[in-house]
Design a binder for this molecule. Structure first.
Ligand code: ATR
Length: 274
C-alpha cells in the first residue's frame, strides 16, 4: 500500500500541493498518495490525530494552522522553533515532528532558480507576520550583509528582531525599520506581507529598488502583483512565489522520503497551468 500524506488547511480546495507531490513521486519512483484535508477551524489537532491513527506518514500544513501545528508538534526542528510556525509534519513512531520548509524553499528559489547568491547581499524583508518569520533563519544562514525588516506596524518588526537577536548568532545583520525610513536601494526585496491578497502593495518607496534588484513576491497568480509591477517599473527584476511553493514542497518531500526531487520541470508545468 502507498505511504499516505496530505495537506491540511481551511480552505484547501485550491491547494496545488497534491499536483506537485504527485509529480515528485512519479519522477522519483516513490509510491505515495497525497491528498487534500479540510480541517474544521476549531479541529486542527483532532484532524492530525486522526491522520496519525489512519497510518499517515506526514502532512503539510497551510493557512490558518501553521502556528497551531508548531504548538501540537512533540518535537520541533530549530528552524520551525525559531519561526514559531510549522508547514511540514512527519509522523514517526508516535512522535509528531514539526519543520518549516517555507524559508529554505524561498532561499532555494532565489539562489538556485533565480541564480542570485545571497552571501554579502543587502536584503529588505517586507512584513513581520508568519511568512516573514519563516524566512529569517534561512536568510541569516546565507550570510548576507544585512537583513532589514520593514513593517507597517513598526513595533512588530522590532519585536521580531528582538526575538531572533536573543537566539541566533550573526544577529548584527538584522535590523527593523518603518517603511518611511527606507532610504537606499537593496539587492533583494521580498514581499512577505499579505497585501497582494487584497490587490494592494506595502508602502515601500521606489528608492528601495535599483536596476537588477530582485523583487520577489511570496504570492503568485496569473498576472504580476501590484508589488511586482511597481518594482519592475523602478528597474527591479520581478519574481512571484510559485518557485518558492515548488521548492518548499521539494524540501518537504526530502524530509519524508530522503530524496530531494528535481524541481525544474515541475515548476515549468505549474507555471503553464496558472
Ligand atoms: P502571514 O502569516 O501571511 O505573514 P500575518 O501574520 O497576518 O500573515 O501577517 C501579515 C503581514 O502583512 C503583517 O506584517 C502585516 O502588517 P501589520 O503587522 O502592520 O499588520 C502585513 N500587511 C498586510 N496587509 C498589508 C498592507 N496592505 N500593507 C502593508 N503591510 C500589510
Amino acid at each position: 500500500m502507498s505511504d499516505k500524506y496530505c495537506v491540511i488547511g481551511n480552505p484547501i480546495a485550491h491547494s496545488k500541493s497534491p499536483d506537485i507531490h504527485a509529480a515528485f513521486a512519479a519522477a522519483t519512483g516513490h509510491d505515495i498518495s497525497y491528498g487534500r484535508c479540510l480541517a474544521p477551524l476549531d479541529g486542527f489537532a483532532d484532524t492530525v490525530r486522526d491522520l496519525v491513527a489512519q497510518g499517515y506518514r506526514g502532512a503539510n500544513v497551510t493557512v490558518p494552522f501553521k502556528l497551531e501545528a508548531a504548538a501540537l508538534a512533540t518535537r520541533l526542528e530549530e528552524r520551525a522553533r525559531l519561526a514559531g510556525a510549522v508547514n511540514t509534519l512527519r509522523f514517526d513512531n508516535g512522535e509528531i515532528v514539526g519543520d518549516n520548509t517555507d524559508g529554505p524553499g524561498l532561499v532555494a528559489d532565489i539562489v538556485q532558480n533565480a541564480g542570485v547568491p545571497l552571501g554579502g547581499k543587502r536584503i529588505l524583508l517586507l512584513g513581520a507576520g508568519g511568512a516573514a518569520r519563516g524566512v529569517i533563519l534561512p536568510f541569516l544562514r546565507e550570510q548576507p550583509e544585512a537583513i532589514v525588516i520593514a513593517n507597517r506596524t513598526r513595533a512588530t518588526a522590532d519585536a521580531l528582531v528582538d526575538h531572533f537577536s536573543r537566539q541566533v548568532e550573526r544577529r548584527g545583520q538584522l535590523r527593523a525599520r518603518g517603511f518611511d525610513d527606507i532610504e537606499e536601494p537593496f539587492d533583494v526585496v521580498v514581499n512577505a506581507t499579505s497585501s497582494s491578497l487584497s490587490a494592494t502593495m506595502p508602502p515601500v518607496p521606489a528608492r528601495a529598488f535599483q536596476p537588477g534588484t530582485l523583487a520577489l513576491d511570496m504570492m503568485y497568480g496569473k498576472t504580476p502583483s501590484p508589488f511586482m509591477a511597481f518594482a519592475s517599473k523602478h528597474g527591479a527584476i520581478p519574481r512571484d512565489g510559485l518557485g518558492m511553493l515548488v521548492e518548499q514542497a521539494a524540501e518537504a518531500f526530502r524530509i519524508w522520503r530522503n530524496v530531494r526531487p528535481s524541481t525544474k520541470a515541475v515548476l515549468a508545468r505549474m507555471r503553464e497551468r496558472l
